[in-house]
Design a protein around this ligand. Sequence first.
Ligand code: MGD
Ligand code: MGD
Ligand code: MO
Length: 700
Amino acid sequence: MKIYSTACPRNCYSTCSMKVYVENNRICKVEANPENLAAPEGVCLRGLSYVERTHSPDRILTPLKRQPDGDFREISWDEALDTIAGKLRFFKEKSGPQSVLYFTGSGTKGLLNAVGAEFWRLYGGYTTTYGDLCWPAGLEATRLTLGENIHNAPWDLENARLIIMWGKNAAETNIHQMRAIDLALEKGAKLIVIDPRRTQTAETAELLIQPRPGSDGALALSVAHLLIENNRVDRDFIDKHVLGFPEFARKVKDFTPQKASVITDVPVKYIERLAEYLGAVKPASICAGFGMQRYTNSGQTMRAIIALTAITGNIGKPGAGWIYANLQTFIFDKIKDPIAFFPPQKPDGTARVSIPIARLGQAMLETKNPPLRMIWVERANPVTQNPETHKVLEAFRSLDFRVVVEQFLTDTAREADIILPAKSMFEQSDVIGAYWHPYIQLKQKIIDPPGRVKPESEIYLLLAQKLGFPAEAVAGKIPGASDEDIEAYLEKMLAPFPELTLERLKKGPVLAPGTKEVAFADLKFPTPSGKIELLSREAEERWGVDALPDFFEPVESAPRRSKESKKYPLYFMTPNTKNRVHSQFNNLSLIRQFSPGPFVLLNPDDAVERGIKNKDRVRVFNDRGELVLPARIDFSMKSGCAAVTNGWWISEGGAVNFLSLGRETDMGYGSAYHDNLVEVERAEGAAHPANRSLRRKGSG
Ligand SMILES: Nc1nc2c(c(=O)[nH]1)N[C@H]1C(S)=C(S)[C@@H](COP(=O)(O)OP(=O)(O)OC[C@H]3O[C@@H](n4cnc5c(=O)[nH]c(N)nc54)[C@H](O)[C@@H]3O)O[C@H]1N2
Ligand SMILES: Nc1nc2c(c(=O)[nH]1)N[C@H]1C(S)=C(S)[C@@H](COP(=O)(O)OP(=O)(O)OC[C@H]3O[C@@H](n4cnc5c(=O)[nH]c(N)nc54)[C@H](O)[C@@H]3O)O[C@H]1N2
Ligand SMILES: [Mo]
């Protein structure tokens, strides 16, 4: 048995380092690599499940072609690539290369992911997406305020005396952060959790605040009001490092806790307690999650919360800070710009066109000049993960041709005309960063791909050859297929950083060059003014929001839309969950033991009002769609809210985006998933067949 060091490339805060045991080209065992100080005790259940996932009988191991009856038949690589090349030539000639949409998601990290865009540029251009499904409202709010998205090293949280988990359920989504929190609590720190749900993260909390969804901006502004009124702010820090404090102070003058209590449905006493803690206990870290930045008001909400760290001087010190995204590993040109934040003003040299990812279905259908004819999906499951599943399905089905590169027969793969088998994390080497800890890691090739699986870079190489792209143009853009070629490609990317060699990375994680364990310790902020900007002209100009953080109701909020809210009175939240990464992992038997199926979480008040008992089958619906699934009734949920975790497959009856609308956040072109009102009622009779019948039949 051989042991390799590698790292998990999933879209997850922890990005664990791991030791993998291999025998006869099979993964036998996975365990933690304690050299990663952020996650020394990993791996999680998902990490352990790689033994099953890699060798699962459900994995797609050959190219597949849709048959007229809707089933898939195995075909050779030659047939698959000839068919695709033929279509690519035809669409380019008839409609232009932009009639092809190249769609990627967050299925796996790595520098080699950049090869796809190189191929499509060589093709002559393409259509792509702008924005991001995940975190851009918070990224942009942070960039506008602090100048960049970095934060203290994960292990520094142990030094905090006060930790506020704001819209973050680390006990499920960043389990290693809970270890640092436990260590801090042992040393006497206090934990406050702010979440409409009482999650596992709140188990050791001193104070749990359950705001009405989407109202956190009002909560933050009233805490700022109290801090200023009671002179609990850090005047010296503000004078030296904060821009726009007098204007901000004027703005929050009338934001009393009484006013905020009405908006947020949080008792005045709790708002006062939060302000007292923040005013008195230092250093304080606010760990902000992505939950409250999935609303149409969320960029401004995030700016209001960051302001609390600024006016209390909780920045640039050990144990203090705004812990949102730590992009210190984003050092490579190819991954420097983590997301296409802004739509290109004009097509770049490659005649690339882009459409909004948050409104994918609508935008695909609306695209003209040229209309879209083909989609290539890679590392993504847009059918369940993008908003507005009905529209995404409609848009997919309106195309002439669909290619999906996948490991499993997901709801998106089921829409394909040709499915190409995707590599697993153990089947091609790549270099990965993280967005919470500062390690650069090598995700090593440990086994040969099973069956006829080929990594994407090789697929592109073969397709470039089929299309007759000149070898000189391809060289340097698309690496060769051998392990040596891949290593040479990676070595070239690493070349500017002498401390990062493949040889060193093979041994384990390495801190990104220039890592700052305490972010902003020099109190230099790369904003236009060089200070922390509570007042941001850029926010105003770029996004049309107030230059100061402010609060406005999300589009679908009960008080604002009183007519709708009578029809659909419940806020529908669709957070992430422990044993999956979005739509991944729950098809494995190890994981299914712990999460056999979806359910909707309801507060007993709401359940009683509707005659719903625990485990009853209920219908969760609005004008956009419905789900039928069992109810779980629990006081952990704030009344007036319902929640189903995202990532369930259509066949499992829990595809939450049947209910969401493609709608952007106020900044960053994110997706306002939680801006989503629903009603719940008992589902009479047998299981509802609606979602099953949505499966695509033969394409004819
Ligand atoms: N309603 C609602 N919807 C949400 C969210 C929410 O909170 N609520 N959260 C959003 C967020 S935060 C995110 S990040 C997105 C995630 O959206 P996606 O990135 O689309 O989600 P995943 O489910 O991770 O799907 C990735 C797919 O990539 C495949 N894959 C894995 N590795 C490889 C590989 O090496 N090659 C190829 N070709 N494929 C691979 C996996 O099998 C999986 O099917 O979902 C968003 N959707
Ligand atoms: N196990 C696991 N870990 C993951 C992932 C995964 O799928 N599984 N996904 C990774 C990815 S891509 C992401 S984006 C992160 C996301 O992980 P988190 O940052 O934890 O974000 P969410 O799960 O979207 O939401 C967190 C919490 O926000 C709460 N919330 C919803 N609306 C509001 C609101 O208006 N105000 C407040 N205060 N709270 C609100 C929800 O109840 C939820 O508990 O996790 C990463 N880590
Ligand atoms: Mo995400």
